[in-house]
Design a protein around this ligand. Structure first.
Ligand SMILES: Cc1ncc(COP(=O)(O)O)c(C=O)c1O
Length: 394
């Protein structure tokens, strides 16, 4: 490093040293996915209990000739409103809207971009956004960008939400926003009650189905659809980066909402669309996920067994009710030590620490995959329990 940079970057080094001292620093590690629910890191093969590839479609895609044969563009060439609107986008949007039971749908280049574009389009200064405290960072950032009044309610606390809604000016524009499955806790949003509240107080309801799309509902339409609420939720957003094993995102809703977002969502207007070849790949995975219902069934059945085994051994899995199972530890250093011990045994498990989760709630976040084998999960649970006992976590 040259002398001038030492002076310039001194403040960065101090911050990195502080993170290291508090067991909060993060590093990238090269990782290769394998179709049987394993991954390889630094030459070590590990059971993959850390990905969002819930249905196993991302890790299987490497083997699929149908994708490599797809003769499609590597880039959109421009944003869609300029010259980059390849016909595949609108074809997929129409198909996906029909699947979701809405009038229209619009694609975004990622879930993060979708939340950063949709929320500031819907609300601005003088408006109110009511947001569950455990909502994903992209929702929080979208709210901050909107400059609306940001009102946070305790996780799934409908009483607090109602009292906040009551206090907001009657004539103000209001948006309630929630994950449907909370990414670090595996809990499920009380969607029926949220619909009742938003109707009572004249608010719009926006949901983020990132972790429920592809998994819940008869063909994976998501939790809103599974609960029969598709006509009651104004804004249904979701990603293709988790169960669908690709990347990108969608928002589904009334035709007027989509027309408005095309004109007002800056991350749609000023962002080059995903390459058409990615849309073909995502669409192929989506079609496959609809047909192969065994993936949804296997994922949810194995999750139930796995969680029950951990709970029976005395682990605290919070209020998880989905394929995301947190193992609550609390202390950052202990969470890291436990994840390292698991990795040494061949289990990929990631310690999740602040600021991703609130202070004092560090945890290991386990996520299952449809392609995991029962015997591999039994082995992992035994190993986790043994190490947990040795490290006095249970
Ligand atoms: C609830 C939620 N919303 C949005 C996102 C962002 O999605 P993407 O990774 O497609 O940008 C994530 C991803 O981590 C998420 O968990």
């Amino acid at each position: 490093m040259c002398a001038v940079n030492v002076v310039k970057w001194g403040w960065m080094q101090e911050e990195l040293d502080r993170l290291q001292g508090e067991h909060l620093s993060r590093q990238l590690v090269a990782t290769e996915l394998n179709p049987e629910g394993f991954l390889e890191r630094q030459g070590q093969r590990m059971l993959n209990l850390a990905s969002n590839d819930y249905l196993g479609l991302a890790s299987e895609s490497a083997d699929r000739s149908e994708l490599s044969n797809m003769n499609s563009l590597s880039g959109a060439g421009a944003s869609r409103l300029v010259a980059g609107n390849d016909p595949i986008y609108e074809q997929f949007e129409q198909e996906f809207a029909a699947f979701k039971g809405t009038e229209r749908c619009l694609l975004f280049s990622s879930g993060y971009m979708a939340n950063m574009g949709i929320i500031p389009a819907l609300v601005g200064r003088h408006d109110y956004v009511f947001s569950d405290r455990l909502n994903h960072a992209s929702i929080v950032d979208g709210i901050m960008l909107s400059r609306a009044e940001h009102v946070r309610y305790r996780h799934r606390d409908l009483n607090q939400l109602e009292s906040q809604l009551r206090k907001a000016p009657k004539e103000s524009r209001k948006l309630i926003v929630t994950d449907t499955i909370f990414s670090m806790d595996g809990t499920i949003a009380p969607l029926h009650d949220l619909v009742t509240l938003k109707d009572r107080y004249g608010a719009m309801l926006m949901v983020d189905e990132a972790h429920s799309g592809g998994i819940y509902g008869s063909e994976g339409q998501g939790l809103v659809h599974a609960m029969g609420l598709q006509d009651h939720v104004e804004v249904q957003m979701g990603t293709f980066s988790k169960a669908y094993g690709g990347c990108g995102a969608y928002v589904a809703g009334d035709a007027i909402l989509i027309e408005f977002l095309i004109n007002r969502a800056r991350t749609f207007i000023y962002n080059t669309a995903l390459p058409p070849m990615v849309i073909y790949a995502v669409r192929a995975n989506w079609l496959r996920s609809r047909q192969e219902s065994w993936r949804r069934k296997a994922l949810l059945a194995r999750t139930q067994q796995f969680r029950t085994a951990l709970q029976a051994a005395g682990f605290d899995t919070g209020a998880s009710e989905s394929q995301i199972i947190p193992l609550m530890i609390g202390n950052n250093a202990q969470a890291i030590a436990y994840s390292e011990a698991l990795q040494a045994e061949g289990i990929a498990a990631v310690a999740i620490r602040p600021p991703t989760v609130p202070q004092g709630t560090s945890r290991i976040r386990f996520t299952l995959m449809a392609t995991h084998k029962e015997q591999d999960l039994d082995w992992a649970a035994r190993c986790m329990i043994e190490l947990g006992q040795q490290m006095e976590l249970i």
